[in-house]
Design a binder for this molecule. Structure first.
Ligand code: TYM
Length: 339
């Protein structure tokens, strides 16, 4: 088993246990994770990043519950705990430790440039904590801890991934070849699923309810939200992200789900009204998400099983992490020790 892990390339990605995961999370990340798990070239590690979630205030009981729920959702989306390492970030303390060490190789100026920090700081002006600022360093630690080659993410995380690459290169220049320099894996369609009510903004669960589709939304809610989706007044179905953001978003969602090219879809809907496009998107999204919803309920009904998976997989992840950490300790000159 260990030998196989060494030969294959590594995929790592994570999602915050934020309660409501959206169609953006699904198309931008989860769906690609599921596809990649069947590629024999890779070992995949997918993480519920609960430490990242602490950068905004959390209710402890709710956070605890949502970690298990997020794991159930991973599995409902089709991630197999036998094929992938599915676990919870806080169960592997090496994430925090490497986060600290890498913080000593990251510049304030780099963190100040992060658009997500600027965004979140303006949304949580009463709680601009240091964790929010160093968030991308912990993310770099998550990735570099496992010698990750490929990171499947949505477009909004690209800047953080670039920073992880810069930190890895900087560290390697100083200490030799310690970290693998990771690449982003960003799907063609659906890299940035937009809000249904303000299609120039990213779809996000922190906006008003009609602006996003939750993975676990009921079919009638999905259809209602899509029917209300903001489009434009010229009535032409054509892909033009700048000029026609609403229509383009709908085409992109449909393309991401059906695999049909955007141009082919635009040609198929030529001459039809927006209502036809919205109905087709609703049909596709409902068909895609309905099985996820029912499997989610089944997995969630067996909490002991989910907890056991978390426990076992954290052990597997911790073993891999230890290899990197002992290398890093040695390179940095930290005094040797044995637990
Ligand atoms: P998070 O939890 O905000 O989102 C999880 C994943 O969903 C993608 N995503 C989207 N993709 C397309 N359109 C959207 N509207 C949309 N909204 C969200 C995100 O790009 C992401 O891939 N910092 C990360 C979590 C993280 C991580 C990591 C990811 C922590 N450590 C290491 C990769 C590797 C975050 O907050 O994602």
């Amino acid at each position: 088993m260990t030998e196989v892990i060494e030969k294959k390339k590594t995929i790592f990605s994570g999602i915050q246990p934020s309660g409501i995961l959206t169609l953006g999370n699904y198309i931008g990340a989860l769906r690609n994770w599921v596809k990649l798990q069947d590629d024999p070239a890779y070992n995949c590690i997918y993480c519920v990043v609960d430490l990242h979630a602490l950068t905004v205030r959390q209710d402890p009981a709710a956070l605890r519950r949502r970690c298990v729920e997020t794991l159930a959702l991973f599995m409902a989306c089709g991630l197999d705990p036998e094929k992938n390492i599915l676990y919870c970030q806080s169960h592997v303390p090496a994430h925090s430790e490497l986060g600290w060490l890498l913080g000593c190789f990251t510049y304030m100026g780099e963190l100040q440039r992060m658009t997500q920090f600027k965004d979140k700081a303006s949304k949580h002006a009463d709680n601009i904590n240091a964790g929010l600022f160093t968030y991308p360093v912990l993310m770099a630690a998550d990735i570099l801890l496992y010698g990750t080659d490929l990171v499947p993410i949505g477009e909004d995380q690209r800047q953080h991934l670039e920073l992880a690459r810069d930190i890895a290169i900087r560290f390697n220049n100083l200490y030799g070849n310690v970290f693998t320099v990771p690449e982003a894996y960003i799907g063609k369609a659906g890299r940035r699923v937009m809000s249904l009510t303000e299609p120039t903004r990213k779809m996000s669960k922190s906006d008003e309810e009609n602006s996003y589709i939750a993975i676990l939304d009921k079919p009638e809610d999905i259809r209602r939200k899509l029917r209300r989706a903001v489009t434009d007044s010229d009535g032409v179905i054509r892909y033009d992200r700048e000029g026609k953001p609403g229509v383009s978003n709908l085409l992109e969602i449909l393309s991401a789900i059906t695999g049909e090219e955007m141009e082919a879809l635009a040609a198929r809907f030529e001459g039809q009204g927006y209502g036809a496009l919205k109905d087709a998107v609703a049909d596709a999204v409902i068909q895609e998400l309905s099985p996820v919803r029912s499997r989610y309920e089944e997995f969630l009904a067996d909490k002991p099983y989910l907890e056991q998976i978390m426990q076992n997989n954290a052990g597997r992840a911790a073993k891999l992490a230890l290899r990197t950490m002992s290398k890093v300790h040695k390179k940095l000159g930290l005094a040797p020790y044995k637990l």
